[in-house]
Design a protein around this ligand. Structure first.
Ligand SMILES: O=C(O)C(=O)Cc1ccccc1
Length: 217
């Protein structure tokens, strides 16, 4: 006689969630996403508004957006989206932000005519720019890694972005730690999900936050 098995079928490990964030690769939002989600399918978006769309349409399970910087304040595009979104804020990550100034490997020293960055990157380095590059053209772009991409195609351009972008976009390091607030410069990021979707307990990843690490001596 056939017997019925009551044991459940072996469960397949859940696929890592798809997470939308402000791209391209190398942004601070990318860094915050990787810190928060131990494993995920990275879905970089061209603008902060696109992160909200990707989560609202279900294309991504979660989204990560910057919300506030310790020295320059609220991130305007995120605040604008939060006014009307039906998504919920389900988590938070705080990163220490150290900006680098990068240039194309073909750039001539001292010939820079413009500097690209996200509005936040420009705002967090405004005193540095006024002192070292008075009168330089400031070109706001969608993200700091987008600024690195622009500088890689512009021998008269500089990018304010993370040091990581020097590797990712093959750029020279002109200067580092150029943010006006020094080691105290932090940005808070929030994790978005559709209102009905709770954040699994396994997030944030158990690794200690970058802010818990000891400062270099
Ligand atoms: O452009 C980025 O890298 C972002 O993630 C937004 C941002 C810009 C500057 C500081 C912190 C976050």
């Amino acid at each position: 006689m056939a017997t019925l098995s009551t044991s459940a079928a072996p469960s397949r490990p859940a696929a890592p969630p798809r997470v939308a964030f402000l791209g391209p690769l190398g942004t601070y939002s990318h860094q915050a996403t990787s810190e928060f989600f131990s494993e995920c399918d990275l879905a970089p978006q061209p603008r902060i508004a696109d992160v909200f769309v990707a989560v609202s349409t279900g294309e991504s399970a979660f989204g990560v957006v910057p919300i506030e910087n310790s020295s320059f304040g609220a991130v305007a595009e995120t605040m604008e989206q939060l006014r009307t979104t039906e998504l919920s804020v389900r988590g938070m990550a705080t990163l220490r932000i150290g900006h680098a100034l990068l240039a194309s490997k073909k750039a001539e020293k001292g010939k820079a005519k413009r500097v690209y960055s996200h509005e936040q990157g420009i705002g967090q380095c405004r005193n540095y720019l006024a002192e070292r590059y008075p009168g330089i053209d400031i070109v706001p772009v969608n993200s700091t890694a987008q600024a690195a991409r622009e500088a890689s195609d512009d021998v008269e351009g500089l990018a304010i972005c993370s040091l990581k972008c020097a590797e990712v976009y093959d750029l020279d390091i002109v200067d580092r730690d150029i943010q006006d607030a020094g080691a105290t410069n932090t940005t808070r990021f929030v994790v978005l999900a559709p209102s009905a979707v709770p954040l699994p307990l396994s997030y944030p990843a158990s690794r200690p936050s970058k802010l818990d690490e000891q400062p270099e001596q």
